[in-house]
Structures are given as C-alpha cells and as structure tokens.
Ligand binder design. Structure first.
Ligand SMILES: N[C@@H](CCC(=O)N[C@@H](CS)C(=O)NCC(=O)O)C(=O)O
Length: 373
C-alpha cells in the first residue's frame, strides 16, 4: 500500500511539473504536428484554401510583361498625354519607377499608362483594371475603406486652393459670398469646398464638371468666379489659361491633400514593392545618390546603408521578390526624388513649385524613408 502511495505521489508531481513547464515554440509546433498526424486518418488532402491563393500581382505583371498604371492625362507636371501619345509628369515618373523596379527598365513594352478621370479611380482599382494608381490622388480614410484600397507613401504633400481673376477684387474666401465656383466631380476638392464654405458661413453655387479641361474652360469663359482644386493643380492649370497673368491663386489653404500611389487590398508583397520604390527615391536623395553617380557609388560606397540600398550588400530586393539592385535600377533610370521633382515641377519648369513640405526630413520637410535594413 505504501509503495502504491509513493508511486501515485511521484506521478502527480511529475504531471504538475510537466504542466507548469512552458513548451518552446518548436515543441508546440511539433506537438501540433504530432496531434495532426494521429488525428488525421486520411493522408494530407488537397492544400487548404489559404495555400491556393490566387496568383500574386507581381507574377501577373511579370507574365503580362508590363505594368498597368492608372494615371492622369490632363494635368501637366503630374500626368499629361502629349499629341505623340506619350505621357509625362511627376506621377507618371512614379509609374515608371515601379516598372523599373520590376523589369529593370520602363518603356512602352513594360509600362502602360491608363488615363483615368477622378471618378474612374475607385472602379479601376476594384476591378483590377490597373495594378497601381498614381494620379494626384489624396489619401483619405473613406477611400482607404470604400475603395478597398491601400495608400503608399505620400509623394506630394498638397493642399486645396482657390484661383480667381485678379480684377475680381477677391482676396480671400470671405469675399466670395454669392459666388459661383467651378469644381471637378469625384474629387476631395468638391467635398472640402462644401465643408470650408459652410464653416465660414459663405453661400456659393458649385458648378461641377467631369474633368479638368471642362472645369477650366468654364472658368476661363467667365462662368464661375472661382476655380478650386489642389494647389499643385491650380499652378498647373493656370499655365493652360490664355492669359495666366490675369489670374491669381489666393493664399488660403483649404485642406490637407497628401497625394500618392494607391493599390487594391489583398497583396502585401505588391504593397511593399510600391512603397519601397517610393522610399528608394527618398533615400537616394538623402544619401546623395543620383542617376549620374549611382553606378560609381555602387562600386565605391562604404556606408552599409547605401550598399544595402543599392543591392551590393545583403538581399533586400530579393525579400520583395525583386532583383537586389532594384533601387539602383530605379535611380539610374528615373533619378532620385529631387531629380524626379525638378524634372517635372522644379525651378526650370513652367510651374516652379517650391519644395516646401516636399523636402526631405533632413531639410525640414516631411519626406522620410524607413531604413534600408
Ligand atoms: N487630389 C484630389 C483631386 C484630384 C483631381 O482629380 N484633380 C483634378 C483637377 S486638377 C484633375 O486632376 N483632373 C484631371 C482630369 O480628370 O481631367 C483627389 O484625389 O480627389
């Protein structure tokens, strides 16, 4: 009897000890595997639904051989279609940069720009008609949810403005009581205008148009007292007017308009590719890597941050499913952020938009890349 009692006590103590000791992760996994193998009578069946995931966007784009980027065709400086069928602009260059990240080059064989009006954007994303949207598009909460989209890093921090005729006597929004205002539909612009005028108690008549040319034409024809859109859009559109000097952009900023790329929900690898394409351009500017010196710097750089960014050290590109030198390719073909900005919007262009918030964080702006590590 005594022997039985001792044996029982030892067994209970052993059980308690076993229950109290936390299994390591590996143990949990192997225990789960063992449990699965003992409870599963049939050999492992077809892969679970998660394993049958649809083809990744990167694979689709590679198989197709080209990236389809939703862009603008009516906004010089950001996205505009020339009579020879070519697109150019700041946003278009970001479409190109993504194509370069994937294919090493961006030309008509690897990139198609699909021009979209403001209202076309959500459906183009939801139907997968485009792989990515880079079209002066403002990141907002409702778009994040209702468009079933995610937004990448902001490439251009903007705000909404108002343009009027210089001889109108209008200097501020409060001078616009009873005015009519030309605005494009399907935009944040239309909504912000309503908010801002209501907040100030100003009565106005919105005149709504489907695209930029019709909105601007109505304004130029004198059908509206004001024309409102993103300030970058106003600067660009002002140059399209017959007599730009007869118009002025008011000082007021009516909203925050962070513009950047957007892509459909559901493919994190794709999101990473778009995001790190943008960060590559910020980071290259920060490290002084340009289209002119990228190959030399790749050979001589000692700074591990630069070496990893350019793919001469580590395997960061591979982690995205790309070549390790994807960022070096982007910079060689497209240039860093400053080069892209200056080519399209800088002091030597008709727009000459000051960098302002679109400066690097090291220069007091908001552009900041997480580390290439
Ligand atoms: N950033 C705003 C406005 C974007 C927008 O569509 N702006 C107009 C006026 S500058 C435009 O680009 N129009 C070109 C077109 O569709 O013709 C948004 O995302 O809603």
């Amino acid at each position: 009897m005594r022997k039985v009692m001792i044996a029982l006590t030892v067994l209970v103590l052993f059980t308690i000890l076993a229950a109290c000791s936390q299994p390591k992760v590996e143990e949990v996994k192997s225990n789960e595997a063992a449990a699965a193998s003992t409870t599963q009578e049939e050999p492992a069946a077809a892969p679970a639904p998660a394993a049958q995931a649809t083809e990744s966007r990167l694979d689709t784009v590679r198989k197709r051989g080209k990236l389809i980027c939703g862009g603008n065709k009516n906004l010089a400086g950001f996205g505009v279609l020339a009579s020879d069928g070519s697109f150019s602009g700041f946003d278009i260059d970001y479409c190109r940069a993504i194509a370069v990240a994937i294919f090493g080059k961006a030309d008509d064989s690897t990139l198609e720009i699909r021009p979209l009006t403001a209202s076309d954007r959500p459906i183009a994303l939801q139907t997968n008609e485009i792989d990515v949207l880079v079209r002066n598009t403002t990141y907002t909460l409702s778009r994040d949810t209702e468009w079933s989209a995610n937004f990448g890093p902001t490439t251009f921090y903007d705000g909404q403005g108002m343009m009027v005729r210089k001889d109108s006597g209008i200097e501020k929004l409060e001078d616009m009581e009873g005015a009519s205002i030309c605005v494009q539909t399907g935009t944040t612009t239309e909504l912000n205008l309503a908010d801002q005028m209501a907040l100030r108690g100003i009565n106005y008549t919105p005149k709504v148009f489907p695209d930029a040319p019709s909105t601007l034409a109505a304004f130029q024809a004198g059908n509206c007292d004001g024309f409102t859109t993103d300030k970058s859009g106003l600067i660009s559109q002002k140059q399209e007017l017959d007599d730009p000097a007869a118009f002025q952009i008011l000082g007021v900023t009516m909203s925050k308009e962070p513009l950047g790329p957007a892509y459909a929900h559901g493919d994190d690898q794709w999101a990473d590719i778009v995001d790190w394409t943008v960060y590559c351009t910020f980071s290259a500017e920060e490290f002084g890597v340009t289209s002119a010196n990228v190959d030399d710097i790749a050979k001589t750089a000692e700074d591990p941050n630069i070496r990893r960014m350019l793919g001469v050290e580590g395997e960061l590109g591979k982690g995205l499913g790309l070549d390790n030198d994807f960022c070096a390719n982007i910079i060689r073909e497209m240039g860093n952020y400053e080069e892209i900005y200056n080519r399209n919007l800088g002091p030597d262009t008709a727009f000459s938009v000051p960098r302002g918030l679109n400066s690097l964080w090291t220069d007091g702006g908001l552009l900041y890349s997480p580390p290439f590590r």
